[in-house]
Design a protein around this ligand. Structure first.
Ligand code: HAM
Length: 448
C-alpha cells in the first residue's frame, strides 16, 4: 500500500457538452435578445399573441402530425419514457404542440383566426454540421381558424419584414409551391410510385425507403441521381385539385400586389406531413435548400387530425442560429445593453462600506455599476476598470471617506474631479446622459 503522502489526487477530465448543443455565451445573447425584440415587436403590430408550450409532449402528438414516415419522427426525435412508461418526446417543432393547445384550451371559442407566436428551443437528433444543431431556437407564427390566401401572403410578408429588420432579407429567396389537398396528393403519390418502378436501384438509400412511405420526398432529395430522376418525374400540378390551384393563383396575385418576389418551385414539398396547399421556404441564395432560414405553409387538416373540429391554418417558423450566422457573416452588429457605465474603486474597510450604499444608489438610478470588490491598490483596481472598458470610475480612499467626497474619473480623458458624496449620482447621471441609463421601475409598470 502506498503511504498517505504518495496518494495522488485524482485529476478529473473537464466535462464537455453533448455533441450538437452549445452554450449561448453573453456575446451571442445580445443577438438572441435583439432578434426576440424584433419578433415580439412585429408580432404585436400584426395582432399575434405569445404562446409557450412545454418542452416535451406525448410523442404521439408528433407521430400523428409530422408523420411517422418523416425524417423528424423516424430518425430525429428525442423520445423517452417517463417513470410510468409513457412515451414522451422533446419537441422537434412547435406547430403540433400549438395545435394541441388550441384544441385543449378551446381556442375555437376565441375570435377567429387565432394568431399566436412563439420563441422557443427545439430538439432534433440531426447530424450536427454548419447550421444544424440538436438544440436550436425557432421563432414561429401560427394563424389558426381561417382559410384565405391573403393570410398566407400576410404571413410571408411578416417573415420578410423580420428578415429585413435583421438585415438578412436579401440573402434569401422565397421558394413557393402548392401541394394540394391530401386526397389529390395521394393520387399523385401513386403516379409517382408507378414512375419509379424499375428505377429503384438509382435511388439513394433514404429514398429507397421513402418511396414506399412518402414518395413526394423523393422530389426534394439532395442526392444527384435522385435529383435527375425527380426532374423527369410527372409534375405534381397536373394532378392537384382545382380548388388548391385556384387558391395558389390567388396567393401569387397578392404577393405580386405587395411586390414580394418568389420562385415557383414545383419540387418543394417540405419534410412534415401536415401541410396542404401552400408551402414555402426561404432558401439561401448561394447554398439553396441546405441552409434554409425558415419554412412554413398551410395545414388545413391538422386540427381535425389532432382531434379538433375541421379548422384551416397556416404558419411559419425560422431558425434563430441560422439567422445569427448570416448576421455575423455580414458583420451586422446589434445594440448592446450590457456595457457598464462605472467602476467603483475603493481603499480601506471604511471606504468599502461607503461604497456599498453608493453602488446601490447608482444602480437604482440606472447607472450600470460594478466594483467594491478589490483588495488591490487603487491603481490595480483602475486597471481592472480599463479592462471592463467603463467610461467612468468612482474612487474612494481613506481621505475621501474622511472628507465625505468621491473622485469621479473620466477614463478616456484621464481627468478627474472631486465631488461631494451626495452629488456623485446626479453628476454621473449628467455625464452618462438620461437616455443611456438603464432605469428599471417595475412598480410603475404594474397596474391594477
Ligand atoms: P422546419 O422547416 O422543420 O419547419 O424548421 C424551420 C426552420 O428551423 C428551418 O428552416 C431552420 O432554419 C430551422 N431548423 C430546423 N432544424 C434545425 C436544426 N437541426 N438546427 C438549426 N436550425 C434548424 C417547422 O419546424 C415547421 N413547424 C414550420 C411551420 C410553422 N409550419 C407551419 N407553421
Amino acid at each position: 500500500m502506498s503511504k498517505p503522502e504518495e496518494i495522488q489526487k485524482k485529476k478529473y477530465e473537464p466535462f464537455q457538452n453533448p455533441k450538437g448543443v452549445h452554450d449561448i455565451l453573453p456575446a451571442d445573447q445580445e443577438f438572441y435578445t435583439y432578434i426576440k425584440k424584433v419578433v415580439r415587436h412585429r408580432a404585436r403590430q400584426a395582432g399575434f399573441r405569445r404562446i409557450t408550450t412545454p418542452i416535451f409532449e406525448f410523442a404521439e402528438v408528433f407521430n400523428r402530425s409530422i408523420g411517422a414516415g418523416s425524417d423528424i419522427v423516424s430518425k430525429e426525435m428525442y423520445v423517452f419514457e417517463d417513470k410510468k412508461g409513457r412515451s414522451l418526446a422533446l419537441k422537434p417543432e412547435s406547430t403540433a404542440p400549438v395545435v394541441r393547445s388550441y384544441i385543449q384550451n378551446n381556442m375555437n371559442q376565441w375570435p377567429q383566426p387565432v394568431l399566436l407566436f412563439y420563441i422557443e428551443p427545439h430538439f432534433r437528433y440531426d447530424r450536427p454540421q454548419k447550421g444544424r444543431y440538436r438544440q436550436f431556437w425557432q421563432f414561429g407564427f401560427e394563424i389558426i381558424g381561417e382559410s384565405d390566401p391573403a393570410l398566407d401572403a400576410q404571413l410571408i410578408q411578416l417573415a420578410i419584414k423580420i428578415h429585413g429588420d435583421l438585415g438578412i432579407a436579401d440573402f434569401f429567396s422565397l421558394q413557393l409551391n402548392t401541394i394540394g389537398t391530401p386526397e389529390s396528393r395521394k393520387k399523385y403519390a401513386g403516379i409517382l410510385q408507378d414512375y419509379y418502378v424499375g428505377k429503384e436501384r438509382s435511388l439513394c438509400e433514404d429514398c429507397k425507403v421513402r418511396l414506399g412511405i412518402n414518395p413526394l420526398r423523393l422530389l426534394d432529395c439532395k442526392a444527384e441521381d435522385c435529383q435527375i430522376l425527380a426532374q423527369m418525374a410527372p409534375q405534381m400540378r397536373d394532378y392537384l385539385d382545382k380548388e388548391s390551384l385556384e387558391f395558389h393563383e390567388e396567393l401569387k396575385g397578392y404577393l405580386d400586389e405587395i411586390e414580394i418576389p418568389y420562385v415557383e418551385n414545383q419540387r418543394l414539398v417540405r419534410g412534415l406531413d401536415y401541410y396542404s396547399k401552400t408551402v414555402f421556404e426561404f432558401w439561401d441564395k448561394e447554398e439553396g435548400a441546405q441552409n434554409a432560414v425558415g419554412g412554413g405553409g398551410r395545414y388545413d387538416g391538422l386540427v381535425e387530425l389532432m382531434g379538433g373540429q375541421p379548422t384551416p391554418a397556416v404558419g411559419y417558423a425560422a431558425g434563430i442560429e441560422r439567422i445569427i450566422a448570416n448576421m455575423k457573416r455580414e458583420k451586422i452588429r446589434v445594440p448592446s445593453k450590457d456595457e457598464l457605465h462605472v467602476f467603483v474603486a475603493q481603499l480601506g474597510n471604511e471606504a468599502k462600506k461607503k461604497c456599498l450604499n453608493l453602488i446601490e444608489d447608482m444602480r437604482e438610478s440606472g447607472i450600470k455599476t460594478m466594483g467594491a470588490l478589490g483588495k488591490g491598490s487603487i491603481n490595480i483596481q483602475l486597471r481592472i476598470a480599463d479592462k471592463f472598458k467603463v467610461p467612468y470610475s468612482v474612487i474612494i480612499g481613506i481621505t475621501e471617506v474622511r472628507e465625505g467626497v468621491a473622485i469621479i474619473r473620466d477614463m478616456k480623458k484621464g481627468v478627474q474631479e472631486t465631488v461631494k458624496m451626495d452629488k456623485v449620482v446626479p453628476k454621473l447621471v449628467k455625464l452618462i446622459g438620461e437616455k443611456n441609463l438603464d432605469r428599471y421601475t417595475p412598480g410603475e409598470l404594474l397596474y391594477s
